[in-house]
Design a protein around this ligand. Structure first.
Ligand SMILES: Cc1ncc(COP(=O)(O)O)c(C=O)c1O
Length: 423
């Protein structure tokens, strides 16, 4: 094979970077070799606009089969009755949902970005805050837990058409039942965006949003450990809220409205190579191996939180029930930006993160977010979490001592050889 030397050299460098460091970014993971192989397969050559059996291109017999495998496995994984596996990403999945059920200017109620929500939940810099009129709920100042009273009050006052739950940096479970009750009282639709904890939800380790929320979206590349992508699911179908009708004048169901909102609403041709990789990752997520993995993810996050608290770190809500935690570094006199840069020098990768009621800007921040999904894939258990936290603390304590940081980096690079990417 003729290789583009420049790009493949960079890919090799990135592989080394991913292999030799401690990956604590809560939204990242390492896929299996078979997921990687499907994502890099000939399926990338195929155009397949439409859905299996209803395509706008010829030659789709095989990708139809593949997409059906993906849809059926996803239905099984989440006990869903309708799914769409075509969204290119989590943001695309949310965009499709909003396009399908809202008119421009409609009101949406989401979890505040600064408290742990996501850009696509109504942020003013995102399509969701530009096209729709957004309002927010957040966490309580005294304990960092979600403020359901505030959610209810804002819902009553603003009468949103859509309530979005789910987060990028909230370490606690969600009371979907309560949110649905609030939504029903103001006739709103509930979207649960489970991009982060979807793997834990799939295997019953957290509350099930499909029981209560009308629509559920997720990414496939975080705890679910699939390729980069998005999905949309429902357990029950509903009448579509905009009253959209088919050309024959029949009222369309919500599921058909959402299918149309993905294509042709927000996307062109689906990425069939990624859909094949999704199908493989869904089957992996149904396996006993994955069950062991995801249980360990939860145990590891708990252990990390415990060790950090013992070292005087202030974890928002004082612990975690999922795979991640948000740490307020103000008491350590260090900003999120400095923490990210300093830990990076020792090959520990994290991301700076706003904490609720943050006084710093999003470019500086007072906090950092870390998660256990990636290092658990590398084979780490509770014992290793103690060592990871030890390294994090040592690097942050010695942030002005380049020599010590260099020594820690060397130790980490040597240690990570024991945890290969592929077994
Ligand atoms: C809650 C939530 N929703 C949506 C997204 C967007 O996913 P993507 O980056 O695949 O567009 C993210 C990504 O971090 C997320 O955390």
């Amino acid at each position: 094979m003729i290789k583009d030397k420049l790009v493949f050299e960079y890919i090799e460098k990135e592989k080394i970077r991913q292999t030799q460091g401690i990956e604590l970014i809560a939204s990242e993971n390492y896929v299996s070799e078979q997921v990687m192989a499907a994502a890099g397969s000939v399926l990338t050559n195929k155009y397949a606009e439409g859905l299996p059996g209803k395509r706008y291109y010829g030659g789709c017999e095989i990708v139809d089969e593949i997409e059906d495998v993906a849809r059926n496995r996803l239905k099984k994984l989440f006990d869903a009755n309708w799914v769409n596996v075509q969204p290119h990403s989590g943001a695309q999945a949310n965009a499709a949902v909003m396009l399908g059920i809202l008119n421009p200017g409609d009101k949406i109620l989401g979890f505040d970005l600064a408290h742990g929500g996501h850009l696509t939940h109504g942020s003013s810099v995102n399509f969701s805050g530009k096209i729709y009129s957004s309002c927010f709920y957040g966490v309580k100042k005294n304990n960092g837990l979600l403020d359901y009273n505030q959610l209810e009050k804002v819902a009553f006052k603003e009468k949103p058409k859509l309530i979005i739950c789910g987060a990028s940096s909230y370490s606690r479970d969600w009371d979907y039942k309560k949110i649905r009750e609030i939504a029903d009282s103001v006739s709103a639709i509930v979207l649960a965006d489970i991009a982060h904890p979807s793997g834990l939800i799939a295997r019953g380790l957290l509350n099930d949003p499909l029981d209560h929320c009308h629509i559920v979206t997720s990414t496939t590349h975080k705890t679910l450990r699939g390729p980069r992508g998005g999905i949309i699911m429902m357990r029950n179908d509903y009448d579509n809220p905009l009253g959209t009708k088919s050309p024959k004048g029949n009222l369309k169901s919500l599921s058909s409205v959402l299918d149309s909102a993905v294509f042709p609403g927000t996307q062109g041709g689906p990425l069939e190579h990624i859909i094949a990789a999704k199908a493989i990752s869904f089957e992996e997520a149904l396996s006993d191996n994955y069950m062991q993995y995801i249980l360990q993810v939860k145990k590891n996050a708990k252990m990390m939180a415990k060790c950090l608290i013992e070292k005087g770190y202030n974890i928002i809500s004082n612990g975690t029930e999922n795979h991640l935690m948000l740490i307020d570094l103000s008491n350590k006199d260090i900003t999120g930006k400095v923490a990210e840069n300093t830990l990076g020098k020792a090959d520990i990768t994290i991301n700076k993160n706003m904490v609720p009621f943050d006084k710093e800007s999003p470019f500086i921040t007072s906090g950092m977010r870390i998660g256990s999904a990636a290092i658990t894939t590398r084979g780490m258990k509770e014992k290793e979490m103690k060592k990871v936290v030890f390294y994090v603390d040592e690097v942050l304590k010695n942030r002005n001592n380049e020599k010590i940081i260099r020594e820690i980096k060397k130790e980490i690079n040597k240690w990570m050889v024991d945890y290969p990417l592929f077994k």
